[in-house]
Design a protein around this ligand. Structure first.
Ligand code: FBP
Ligand code: MG
Ligand code: MG
Length: 322
């Protein structure tokens, strides 16, 4: 089986980029081990702290963030990092070429129930002459991503990675510690009969999303003329993995539950990297108003609406938003 580094070199990735990706993955292997230890790890449950976004931090959120942050800053490969669990961006090596944003542990409410969690990351180039301490370094649209990926800590530890030449899936061989290529070019089927949404928010959605989901639920008796099934893992990383494996539509739409927070998912750490992986596998990723990868960010913790997955189904959903 082909191992990760040679595959990336064949794609023309620079030595520095391959080393950076391997550095992130080294931290992910450690997180994979800790997550796999479950209650034995001593890091299940919550801390007494909140992150800057007002969310309670799980002990594994804090640990995963520390592992990735330390290894990246020590490596010298990054000019700056932005993390869901850091209040501000963190400056790195002023001479480095890349910047990395990451969600150290996505779906962390799942840690205590032994369910899916993962790490999501996005790599861009730092603008020429930029100041490593200036958060403006991260204010680039997602289409500038050089690489994006996630590591899913499930029954097996799985990496989905794109460097702009398709989306590949690797599986961690825990006996040797290598990520082995297990699916060369993931291809999301264009049609689907499966969707993922947190339906408990239904009464707070905008009319377009209410109508779209109602029509899916109406099945063969509704305007879509076919039955749909629903899944919700409560970890975007798990839901997007299913979409990459067998298609589907995943959405976290705008809602009016908390007027100060109409969107849930973060642009830099969640929406952008997932959008790149999905588009590189033949799917679409949109907010309902614009392509996610075209959004010009205005803050590191910015949140957006997300509709992604099988091309024809995302287009069907977008038709309700016109
Ligand atoms: O509480 P809900 O509505 O099920 O939210 C689930 C969503 O929240 C998230 O878990 C947010 O991620 P974090 O765990 O990194 O905060 C997404 O992965 C997921 O899609
Ligand atoms: Mg997350
Ligand atoms: Mg997280």
């Amino acid at each position: 089986m082909r191992r990760l580094p040679p595959v990336l070199f064949e794609d023309g990735c620079s030595r520095e980029l391959v080393s950076l990706i391997r550095t992130i993955l080294a931290a992910c292997k450690e997180i994979s081990f800790r997550v796999g230890q479950g209650a034995l790890s001593g890091v299940l449950g919550s801390t007494l702290d909140e992150n800057i976004q007002g969310e309670t931090q799980k002990k594994l959120d804090v640990l995963s963030n520390q592992l990735i942050k330390d290894i990246l800053l020590e490596s010298g490969y990054v000019k700056a990092i932005a993390s869901e669990e850091e209040d501000y961006t963190v400056a790195g090596n002023p001479n480095a070429k890349y910047i990395v944003s990451f969600d150290p542990l996505d779906g962390s409410s799942n840690t205590d129930i032994n369910s899916l969690v993962g790490t999501i990351f996005s790599i861009m180039e730092a603008p020429e002459g930029s100041d490593p301490a200036d958060p403006a370094i991260f204010m680039q649209p997602g289409k500038n991503q050089i690489a994006a990926g996630y590591v899913l800590y499930g029954p097996s530890t799985t990496l989905a990675l794109s460097t702009g030449k398709g989306t590949r899936i690797f599986t961690l061989d825990k006996t040797h510690g290598s990520f082995l290529l297990t699916e060369d070019f993931a291809k999301i089927p264009v049609d689907t009969q499966e969707f993922a949404v947190n339906a408990s928010n239904q009464r707070h959605w905008q009319p377009a999303m209410k109508e779209y989901i109602a029509d899916l639920l109406a099945g063969t008796e509704g305007p879509r003329g076919k039955n749909f099934n629903m899944r919700w893992i409560a970890a975007m990383v798990g839901d997007v993995h299913r979409v990459l494996c067998r298609g589907g539509l995943f959405t976290y739409p705008a809602d009016t539950k908390n007027p100060e927070k109409p969107y849930k998912l973060r642009l830099l750490y969640e929406a952008n990297p997932m959008a790149m992986l999905v588009e590189q596998a033949g799917g679409l990723a949109h907010t309902g108003e614009e392509r996610i990868l075209d959004i010009q960010p205005n803050a590191i913790h910015q949140r957006v609406a997300v509709i992604l997955g099988s091309k024809n189904e995302v287009e069907a959903c977008l038709n309700y938003h016109k």
